[in-house]
Design a protein around this ligand. Structure first.
Ligand code: ATP
Ligand code: MG
Length: 184
């Protein structure tokens, strides 16, 4: 199936950006006690009506005019189902969309988390016009970072400036590095 959860994370964030979101909240929660890994992305984009919401779960639906299939959501749904998790989307036209996917961490089909530090860094740096708010909660503690914080640190420099980039990379690495549990 799909290599890692960061693939899903990037797809969900890209969907939110395509929906014109200005604020995108990404939460990852990992619990050893309940053996779960949860990914939640909530945005304030254009949202979906009931029909589009149903269609979004169909691989042969996409609102991207240049392609015939939209695989992001159906793949994520299939991943959660394959590892005894839950998948839920709530959306309101004009208000936004929230997608929550949970998985049983120890399940053989549960994909690895992937390069969360690198993925987060590239999302923060590349999404200039968006307020990305990320948080991770796990058995070893929690970590949060947001675009606003990164921009405040950067001052007049773009987030892609080598000095800012290096700072962010180190900030994310030191904040997140010790929290990521090895695969069960
Ligand atoms: N956060 C969102 N806000 C509004 N509409 C959304 C959102 N996420 C998905 N959609 C709608 O659901 C459709 C399907 O999304 P999905 O991620 O499955 O495929 P895609 O983004 O079209 O293509 P792919 O992910 O394969 O590049 C999108 O084309 C869009 O119309
Ligand atoms: Mg998509």
């Amino acid at each position: 199936m799909v290599e890692d959860l960061c693939f899903h994370l990037v797809d969900l964030v890209q969907n939110s950006v395509a929906a014109g979101a200005r604020v995108i909240r990404v939460q990852i929660r990992e619990s050893r006690a309940s053996d779960t890994l949860e990914l939640e992305v909530a945005d304030d984009g254009r949202g979906m009506d009931d029909r589009t919401l149903l269609q979004a779960q169909d691989p042969f639906f996409t609102s991207k005019g240049y392609k015939k299939v939209g695989l992001g959501i159906p793949l994520l749904k299939a991943t959660t189902e394959a590892c005894r998790g839950d998948f839920a989307i709530a959306s309101r036209p004009g208000r936004g969309t929230r997608i929550r996917a949970s998985m049983q961490r120890s399940h053989l089909d549960c994909p690895p988390l992937g390069d969360l530090e690198g993925t987060l860094l590239s999302l923060l740096v590349s999404l200039d016009a968006v307020d990305l708010r990320f948080s991770f909660q796990g058995g070893r503690g929690s970590f949060a970072v947001a675009s606003a914080e990164a921009r405040a640190h950067a001052g007049d420099l773009p987030l892609s400036h080598p000095d800012v980039y290096r700072f962010l990379k180190e900030f994310i690495r030191s904040g997140l590095g010790g929290l990521l549990a090895p695969a069960p």
